[in-house]
Design a protein around this ligand. Sequence first.
Ligand SMILES: C[S@@+](CC[C@H](N)C(=O)[O-])C[C@H]1O[C@@H](n2cnc3c(N)ncnc32)[C@H](O)[C@@H]1O
Length: 184
Amino acid sequence: MAEHEPSIGASDDWYTPASIFDALGLTFDLDPCSPGAGHWVPARNVYTKADDGLHRPWTGLVFMNPPFGGREGHVPWLAKFLEHGNGIAIVRAYTSSDWFHRVVVPKAETILFPRGKTQFVPSPDLEAELQRKAAAQGKVWRNAPGHGVVLIGMGPVASEALRKSGLGFYVVARQPQMEAPRHD
Ligand SMILES: C[S@@+](CC[C@H](N)C(=O)[O-])C[C@H]1O[C@@H](n2cnc3c(N)ncnc32)[C@H](O)[C@@H]1O
């Protein structure tokens, strides 16, 4: 049984593969939606669910893989990320969706379409739950790549890292701000 693409409203605990950070070569100032300090996202500071990172101030270079939180639960996170204007966000490549055109298209500076599908990593608890559910049906759960994703770059540091990453097709949607990033 392959389970990889969390359904809408399903667990938030699908983590970004470490290989993406290896390719980006950045240390971020903030992961605003993190399982906790010590997770492999290279970020100096994190907000967890207990902090409610959506409603906290964000500073510096941000890496954001938003929680799902229902049908369009990621949209307020994306809006805040784009307004913040400094960092990289990863979201599913639902490029025909209303939210993509309404929220991402007007503001995104750069977009990278990775080659291949991205295999998110379940938390240990989530993996155990998936194993239990599969076993109850006489199956074995195994992880597998899900849908394609896009990486959205805001600000010159993020966009340059995406450009150099070699992860896939890099597109400049609008000129990255060349002055100092906002909200530092
Ligand atoms: C999709 S995971 C991404 C985790 C990590 N940033 C990564 O990229 O691997 C989303 C994370 O957001 C956390 N989360 C959920 N609601 C949150 C909130 N309101 N504030 C901060 N973090 C939250 C979840 O616990 C989960 O660890």
